[in-house]
Write a protein that binds this ligand. Structure first.
Ligand code: GUN
Length: 295
């Protein structure tokens, strides 16, 4: 078993980003700038946004966290997004999901200028990704692809089974793995809550991407000997064992599955760290104007 070590890969890529950021800041006369909008008081979301902001500062970006109460109206939020779209000093904008029930996440996603959509959730970015055109790729799938590339894992011709069809991870992951690119060129099965006999589907996977949001869902009896196992789960439970008062569990039963896997990501220390890298890379690319030229 080999570890796909998010700490090692993210530390290396972060150094590259930091160096490029210093050069770009010199050239532009300002730092790349990411704005994150957070609505409400979901503990997980607050932690993730704080980590994103901290990482931005570490690589030399400006970052702004706009935190609104749960009762902000959809209209007020959409107006704020319009304002940010028009502000040339801001390169990237993300709205942390999930949003409260009275706000339509599709309306919010589509309101963001696709050229600032560093989460890669806008339909224009999704469509361009599917066509293998320059675009912003959603941070978690992007981070996973960077990790596979870092370890030189040959994915071509392999059977990939993605567990979970979310807009944020499963669905874009299935597109990226199937694309004619490297990593990519997999034969992809996208499984979900209505899949019949999900265990036999997962058992076929040379590559398994677990993104279903259920603690220890993937057990050893579902995993083929030698499989590459990518665990996207960050299931947060209160704990007296840790300083933060929370403990994270993956979607994969690591203890049981690791001995069968050729490569596996730990939780924490795996995909979560790579998600941050995907976001930082997209923000840097937005500031550079390499994906969409600055007008
Ligand atoms: N919620 C869970 N993951 C993400 C993400 O990558 N971006 C945003 N905006 N919200 C999320």
């Amino acid at each position: 078993m080999n570890l796909l070590d998010g700490k090692e890969v993210s530390t290396k890529i972060k150094e590259d980003i930091k160096r490029e950021t210093a050069e770009l800041t010199e050239k532009l006369g300002r730092k790349p700038h990411l704005v994150a909008i957070l609505v409400g008081n979901d503990g997980g979301s607050e932690t993730y946004v704080a980590s994103k902001m901290r990482n931005c500062e570490q690589v030399g970006f400006d970052s702004t966290n706009l935190h609104y109460d749960t009762d902000i109206t959809e209209e007020a939020l959409l107006n704020k997004i319009k304002e940010i779209n028009a502000d040339d000093s801001i390169d990237g904008l993300i709205v942390q999901l999930p949003l409260p029930k009275h706000i339509d996440p599709d309306k919010v996603t589509e309101a963001i200028d696709y050229r600032k959509d560093v989460d890669g959730f806008h339909p224009i970015n999704l469509g361009r990704m599917q066509r293998n055109l320059p675009c912003f790729i959603p941070a978690t799938p992007y981070g996973i692809m960077l990790m596979l590339a870092h370890y030189g894992i040959d994915t071509a011709g392999k059977k990939a089974v993605v567990v979970g069809r979310s807009n944020i991870v499963g669905s874009p992951m299935s597109i990226l793995l199937a694309r004619n690119s490297n990593p990519g060129n997999c034969t992809v099965t996208l499984t979900h809550s209505r899949t019949k006999d999900i265990k036999s589907e997962i058992l076929q996977g040379d590559i398994i991407v677990a993104a279903i949001g259920k603690k220890n869902f993937v057990t050893a009896d579902m995993v083929k000997e030698g499989a590459i196992v990518i665990d996207v789960g960050i299931n947060r439970e209160t704990s007296t064992e840790t300083k933060s008062g929370f403990k994270l569990y993956g979607d994969v039963d690591f203890e049981q599955v690791a001995p069968k896997a050729s490569w596996i990501t730990p939780v924490p220390g795996g995909v979560g760290l790579m998600t941050i890298i995907g976001l930082l890379k997209n923000t840097l690319e937005a500031a550079k104007g390499t994906v969409y030229p600055k007008s």
